[in-house]
Write a protein that binds this ligand. Sequence first.
Ligand code: BES
Ligand code: ZN
Ligand code: ZN
Length: 492
Amino acid sequence: MTVTVAATTPSSTACDALVVAIMPGKGKSIALAAHGLTTAQGNRILEAASAVGATGKSGELTVIPSPNGFAAKKIAVLGIGDFMKQADLEELRSAIGSAARALSTSRKIALVTSPDPDHVIATALAAQLGSYSFTAFKGKVKQKATSAIVLLVPKPALDESKKALATAVVLADAVNLSRDLVNTPPNALAPADLAAAAERAVEGLPVEVTIWDEEALRRDGCGGILAVGQGSANPPRLVKLEYAPAGAEASLAIVGKGITFDTGGISIKPAANMDEMKGDMGGAAAVIGAMQAIAKLGLNIKVTGWVPTAENMPSGTAQRPGDVITMFDGTTVEVLNTDAEGRLVLADALGMAVLDKPDLVIDAATLTGAQRVALGSRTAGVMANDDNSRALVCAAAEQAGEAAWPMPLPEYLRASIDSPTADIANIGDPRGGMLSAGIFLREFIPAGQAWVHIDIAGPSFNDKAPYGYTPKGGTGSTVRTFVQVASTLAAE
Ligand code: BES
Ligand code: ZN
Ligand code: ZN
């Protein structure tokens, strides 16, 4: 995919589809929200779109034949609603994303873009995210896909737009990488493959990579990662990605659940939709994407990414309900349900991450079905041991355009993870299952260490129809939130 900005006029730009924005006008009419067209050209487009019912509402796409004098093969007239009044960037991203999806078989798309740098970033990001497709495993069936996106801006804005574009490309590449990892079939992405993918993602960037194999995990006492992985023929791994630019004062650790396939283990899951559990490494994919973007953007903050990864399989060597395991920090855990495995691998990684005493630790995990019950498929649940940090992460998510909502960790739930045998059990009160999972994770955070937990069970994988810039399957959830948090902390 090539993404560029140009200052050619819309009519002279050769492309398969030229995207021109419109908005509702006075009464039932529509108005142009695009520069660079002559009055006559604009009117012709408005008349043609109007004639086939265009209203200008956000996300509405009306494809019309290219008028004489246009080098484009067709014109895609895109409604952006009241964006010019409200300036809701997420609404713009969503509209552009829908357009890019609808035009995904057009090889070259040109978009007439407002020169405001924020609009350029939003447009370039959403166009790349919307034209995403996952074709690596298509054998005989090959589809045409968008391979070039051009943003048309007025000449005076060209240089500034190029800078804005560069940021958008870094973000989009990171989100799309994260989507690819989630979409990759589980037989092609075992823990060792995920570790290799993490290494590849930051190749050539100032990021140091350390990978723990089984032997190293045993040496260091990572009992959670080992227990979850012991039923699989594909051994577990732990990956550490360190970005530490000279002179950076702030520090952040991001941790992502990396279960490459979650059968539930001996507490096996029902067959229906189990294939979606290839996406149980969505948190890890977010960490990997974010580390790449943060390093490419050169943010002035030390960021350490942690990816504990295992395959949760039932077998003769799998852990049993009732087993007691010892985590990295010495906590003993009675495993009452082997399907509550994410918290076990996270416990080890969190235990390691806090040793560096970063300003903030954030984990992202497809942790509980209860998250989807509580907040639905699109909104992440944000829990924390510190109100300010939780607010900071929610604000960053909002700014990045990712739906997230603060959730409590009620103290009374702590008793529900008591175990008669070990220090704690790995399941607690199922009423508020997202919260009791958070309460479990909190056990591995020492007093005084700020920590935020994001449950992305719903948002990380879209099992329904695509919408806006979000495709079916892996969504790349939390990459942009992580990057925004890093950038917020770097600026403080
Ligand atoms: N990976 C699942 C959670 C999940 C469910 C993610 C649906 C995405 C979609 C997790 O490991 C799990 O199975 N959690 C159990 C916990 C329970 C046993 C306490 C759950 O939510 O049922
Ligand atoms: Zn599970
Ligand atoms: Zn899981």
